[in-house]
Design a protein around this ligand. Structure first.
Ligand SMILES: Cc1cc2nc3c(=O)[nH]c(=O)nc-3n(C[C@H](O)[C@H](O)[C@H](O)COP(=O)(O)OP(=O)(O)OC[C@H]3O[C@@H](n4cnc5c(N)ncnc54)[C@H](O)[C@@H]3O)c2cc1C
Length: 313
């Protein structure tokens, strides 16, 4: 691992940070340390990095804004790849090509300023384009699947390929990329519709007010914890189980929105995980409902990200 880090630095692939606290890169503000974080300068450097890590059998994960992940408190014995330098945007008529590191909220404002409809749902989602594509992020009955034309990714072999909307196999908070965890999304091509700038802005402003009124935005969190079961709201189920305010350590089920777990100050990742496990168990015992976690659980002993998915399906 140390040799690979030295090589990453020597190859000038981009900024490399060593033994960083993951909590500084996640909106929950929890997580252990990571051996190294690399910010590749561009596509060529990213490809070299992926090939190097694969050759050395070092695990890696791409992180956007860390707004939908729960890393454990353990050391992540691998490399986090951050695509902050993949932040170019090109708007041609109603087609937007945008880098994976571009912030989604900023993108939705850009679309509005260009009188383009289709990204209003994203104006309160604090992720990056890459994270939104990976998650099929959405709200108000809309999601990325409605606007993505195609996505460019670097595969685990270091090849660039383009995936069409169909290839992405979008469904509720699920995509093809979630079953190809070594793929890195580098950009997306979106198609929006023409609309009225003032109307778009009004919709965004009113939704912002609703979010402020209904979500605990003044505490670290990662948004909704559980996916909504078919025809139901996870938040309502948790509220009905009387779990608002349920606390473990410094983590708590929000009083404002039962599907949010908040960090009330120096929570451990394990505090949050215990709340998640308790909610799942209660929902199963009381209503025979299997709640599925929407957030990505990363670096938990005995639970690979993929295994967690399989177990929940
Ligand atoms: C206050 C709050 C409100 C939220 N509201 C919503 C909402 O309304 N709707 C909604 O859908 N979500 C919501 N979220 C969750 C989150 O913002 C979204 O899921 C967002 O799309 C995640 O983007 P990210 O860049 O932060 O991804 P991250 O959390 O960094 O990563 C999430 C997953 O995507 C993978 N990933 C990230 N970038 C890439 C890439 N370039 N290539 C390949 N894989 C990648 C990561 O490896 C990880 O598995 C909310 C979160 C918060 C904190």
């Amino acid at each position: 691992m140390q040799d690979a880090i030295k090589e990453m630095i020597a190859l000038h692939l981009g900024k490399v940070l060593i033994n960083e606290k993951i909590s500084n890169y996640t909106t929950y503000r929890v997580g252990g340390k990571v051996r190294a974080i690399c910010f590749p300068k561009g596509e060529e450097e990213l490809i070299t990095l992926i090939k190097l890590l694969k050759e050395r059998q070092i695990k890696y994960i791409v992180l956007g804004n860390g707004s939908n992940v729960l890393f454990s408190d353990l050391m992540y014995d691998g490399v986090i790849i951050k695509l902050d330098n993949f932040n170019k945007i090109n708007i041609q008529d109603n087609i937007i090509e945008v880098g994976a590191g571009y912030p989604l909220i900023k993108l939705s404002r850009d679309a509005m300023r260009n009188s383009l409809v289709g990204l209003e749902f994203a104006s309160g989602i604090p992720g990056t384009v890459g994270g939104a594509v990976f998650m099929n992020a959405g709200a108000y009955g809309e999601d990325m699947s409605k606007i993505v034309l195609s996505v460019r990714v670097v595969t685990g072999d270091g090849e660039i390929i383009e995936l069409s909307n169909k290839d992405m196999e979008f469904s509720y908070r699920t995509t093809y990329l979630q079953s190809h965890l070594d793929y890195v999304c580098i950009s997306a091509k979106l198609k929006l519709e023409y609309g009225n700038k003032e109307e778009i802005e009004e919709i965004m402003n009113s939704r912002k007010k609703t979010r402020i009124a209904t979500q605990p935005l003044n505490y670290p969190s990662a948004g909704s914890v559980f996916r909504n079961p078919e025809g139901m709201y996870a938040g309502k189920i948790i509220e009905e189980m009387g779990m608002k305010g349920f606390t473990v350590g410094k983590a708590m089920v929000s009083e404002k929105h039962a599907n949010f777990i908040i960090n009330t100050g120096n929570a451990k990742a394990s505090d949050i995980k215990r709340i998640i496990d308790t909610i799942k168990q209660k929902a199963l015992n009381k209503y025979n409902i299997k709640l599925r976690v929407e957030q990505r659980l990363i670096n938990w002993v005995g639970v690979s990200e993929k295994e967690e998915e399989d177990k929940e399906n």
